[in-house]
Every structure is written in C-alpha cells, then in structure tokens.
Design a protein around this ligand. Structure first.
Ligand SMILES: NC(=O)c1ccc[n+]([C@@H]2O[C@H](COP(=O)([O-])OP(=O)(O)OC[C@H]3O[C@@H](n4cnc5c(N)ncnc54)[C@H](O)[C@@H]3O)[C@@H](O)[C@H]2O)c1
Length: 253
C-alpha cells in the first residue's frame, strides 16, 4: 500500500493530546513525517521522550510537554507554551482517554467524575483554548476522539461510553458554533484498534481474531490506519468536512 502526502500540513502547528502511546503516538509520527510542527502532551514521560528521540530526524521533530489533562490549568499552560514556541495551533487532536473497564454496580461518584474528566471534559476546554489561537490563523481543524463503544452498547464501559457519546454531541455543537471562524470540528470513532496497550490489558489473540472475523475487511485494524484519517481531517483536502463523526472499524458488525 502507498499513502498520501499533504502539502497543506507542512509547518502546520498540530497539538495532540495523549500522544505518548497508542493511536496518539501513531498520529504524532504521521503528522511529523508530513513535516507538520507537532506538539503533544501526555503523562507518560519515558514513552514520550523515546518517541521524540525516535523522530528527531523527522522534518520537524515533535515537542513533548508533560501535562495531566485532568488539571485544566496545566492544559491551558501547555497550549500557551505551544503558542509561544511554535505559533498558533491550527490542528487540535483531542485523543487522550482511558478505557478502564467497570461494572455498573461498582461505579462510584468519584469514578464517574474521573472517567468523564479524562474522556470528555478536557476535549471541550482544549477546543475552547484552541479556537482563540486558530482565529489568529483564520481557521483550523479540531479532531475529537469518540469510539464505536457507545454505538453498539459495549458492556463494562458504561461511563466511558457516556463520555464517548458526549464527544459526538460536543463535536456537532462546536462545529456549528466555530464554523463562523472557519474552524472545522469532526470526530473519529475507531473500532477495535489493536495497540500494545489493548493487547496487554484487554485483548487476547482469540479476541483479536474474533474482531477481525466480524469486520468486512479481514485484517487487524492498527493505529496507523486511524492516524491516516486524522491526517486527512487536519489537511486542506477535507476543507468542506465538518460536524461529522467518521467511523473507522473495517466494517465491524
Ligand atoms: N484502541 C482502541 O481500540 C480504541 C477504540 C475506540 C476508541 N479509541 C479512542 O482512541 C483514542 C486513542 O486510543 P488508544 O487506544 O491509543 O488509547 P490509550 O489509552 O492507549 O492512549 C491514550 C493516551 O492518553 C494518555 N493519557 C491518559 N490519561 C491522561 C491524562 N490524564 N493526561 C494526559 N494524557 C493522558 C495515555 O498516557 C496514552 O498515551 C482514545 O480517545 C480512545 O478512547 C480507541
């Protein structure tokens, strides 16, 4: 297979949350290889530094800022730092999340709040802060991460699924409100993306096979597949796409 190059992404300032591992890391790499100016935040320091090190010869090596997104003041400060060091953010990728499994019977108020804080709340506040910077550049693209988990009714994920459904509502509403600033807002809803973490925590080899057998396209869905969709949404090639939730799941049923 061979893939697109996007001239419009060259030197574009891209801010990716949760870029230290998984799909986020694949997006950091994909945007960096398009010669975008990528900044990313994460709580995983060793993984993030290793990623920066690996990409040090990319056109524009990425900038890592350690930031716990559940602290909104830290998120605001990180985005301001990006503004000062790289220029106004033009593409925001709201990727960070945590899909810890939970039985509904065991959910406490504290767990509910923490789960919404890492899977929904920061997406709104990052978008709010990004809009101010995108206005300076005459527009931008916001890519929020949802999931197919809420569509099919995934068990042991009720709070996560609530947040991920909320992401679509947030996306639609912000798309309408930010459109007047030429800012597009879309969501990506991945299916079963087999990352290292998913394999370690949740997916056995037979689970992976079961997912693939339920897809129309009979191969494993990987982080790089999702990253290529994010590239398209960040580039001018998708200039008239806004208020969409794009499912990427190999045609899972
Ligand atoms: N992997 C899948 O199959 C799948 C399926 C559907 C949706 N998604 C969504 O795609 C996105 C990426 O998925 P993934 O599998 O790579 O997720 P992941 O959990 O492996 O990675 C998320 C990243 O966010 C970071 N993060 C977590 N808490 C943080 C915090 N408080 N502050 C800063 N960073 C924090 C993590 O360290 C990690 O690097 C997520 O939004 C996820 O919900 C993934």
């Amino acid at each position: 297979m061979s893939f697109a190059r996007y001239p419009s992404l060259q030197d574009r300032v891209v801010f990716i949350t949760g870029g230290g591992s998984g799909i986020g890391a694949a997006m950091v790499e994909a945007f960096a290889l398009q010669r975008a100016n990528v900044a990313f935040v994460d709580i995983l320091e060793a993984e993030s530094h290793a990623l920066v090190d690996r990409l040090r010869h990319a056109g524009n090596p990425p900038l890592f800022i350690r930031c716990d997104l559940t602290e909104l003041s830290a998120l605001e400060a990180a985005m301001q730092e990006v503004r000062e060091r790289l220029g106004p953010i033009q593409v925001l990728v709201n990727n960070a999340a945590n899909d810890w499994r939970h039985e509904a019977d065991e959910v406490t108020e504290e767990f509910w709040d923490r789960t919404l804080a890492i899977n929904l709340k920061h997406q709104f506040f990052a978008a709010q802060a990004a809009r101010r910077q995108m206005r300076e550049r005459g527009g931008g693209s916001i890519i929020n991460f949802s999931s197919i988990a809420w569509m099919g009714g995934a068990p042991r994920l009720s709070v996560y699924a609530t947040a991920k459904a909320g992401v679509v509502g947030l996306t639609n509403s912000l798309a309408r409100e930010f459109g007047s600033d030429n800012i597009r807002v879309n969501a990506i809803a991945p299916g079963a993306v087999v990352t290292e973490r998913q394999r370690k925590l949740w997916l056995s080899e037979s689970d992976v096979k079961a997912f693939v057998s339920r897809q129309c396209i009979g191969r494993v869905l990987v982080a790089e597949d999702v990253a290529r969709l994010a590239l398209f949404l960040g580039a001018d090639d998708s200039a008239m796409i806004s208020k969409q939730c794009l499912v990427i799941d190999g045609g899972l049923r």
